[in-house]
Design a protein around this ligand. Structure first.
Ligand code: 5RP
Length: 223
């Protein structure tokens, strides 16, 4: 019998426990798969020396299970960042930000030696863009950023009622077929008022763990 998406998320979250460093800092992302990862840390009684967190929600959950959350300003680059994704392609490039935490996620990913992406099989794609691309914007720039995104061929839609942990807004860009993720990431980053684009191409994943009905599979980016 095929597994539910929730069961697949639980499987991949449990597998990710193997990547927790014994003594070093752990970077923790956001989203429902990460919630299951945090629950698995608690259920298996895994000791985490300290963590950096990509959202207020993740900080709350880590604190509840007794993990000390550190300010990234007080940390050196660290070993492992574990996070979900909305889409991942064969080049380890991702769309992230479905949970509106993309800015802090990108900061923590940039500090990590290894990015372990944890997903269920539904997130694997050949071309990024079916999932609307989140772009975090400074509120006063929203309409001008939207014009620039339309000029790039997308259809930006304001995420209603969403204010990020950084006090900004999210435009979800529909209708893109992203054949050049790195180039598009650079272009969108250059629009004044953009805080972060949810394309993780320049700094993609190093390891993708993905769950299928048969089990959890691991892909590593070639050196
Ligand atoms: C949050 C993210 C999440 O990693 C992404 O949305 C996947 O979430 P989920 O594990 O709930 O499917 O980028 O900003």
């Amino acid at each position: 019998m095929s597994k539910t998406q929730d069961e697949l998320k639980e499987m991949v979250a449990a597998k990710a426990l193997e990547f927790i460093p014994q003594n070093g800092i752990l970077g923790v992302g956001s989203g429902s798969t990460v919630v299951k990862f945090i629950q698995a840390i608690q259920a298996h009684g895994i000791k985490v020396a300290g963590a950096v967190s990509s959202s207020n929600r993740t900080t709350e959950l880590l604190t509840e299970i007794g993990v000390k959350v550190l300010d990234p300003n007080e940390c050196e680059p660290y070993e492992v960042y574990i996070d979900g994704a909305d889409e991942v392609n064969d080049n380890f490039e991702m769309i992230k930000g479905g949970g509106a935490c993309l800015t802090r996620e990108k900061i923590l990913a940039s500090m990590a030696k290894t990015f372990v992406c944890i997903v269920d099989k539904s997130k694997l794609v050949s071309t990024l863009g079916k999932f609307p691309l989140p772009v975090e914007v400074i509120p006063m720039a929203r309409e001008q950023v939207a014009r620039s995104l339309r000029a790039l061929g997308g259809n930006p839609v304001l995420r209603e009622g969403c204010i990020t942990d950084n006090g900004c807004e999210i435009l979800d860009v529909h209708g893109l077929s992203i054949t050049e993720p790195k180039a598009l990431e650079t272009q969108i980053n250059a629009i004044p008022g953009v805080v972060t684009v949810g394309l993780f191409a320049h700094r993609g994943a190093d390891v993708v763990l993905y769950a299928t009905d048969e089990g959890v599979h691991e892909k590593r980016k070639p050196e």
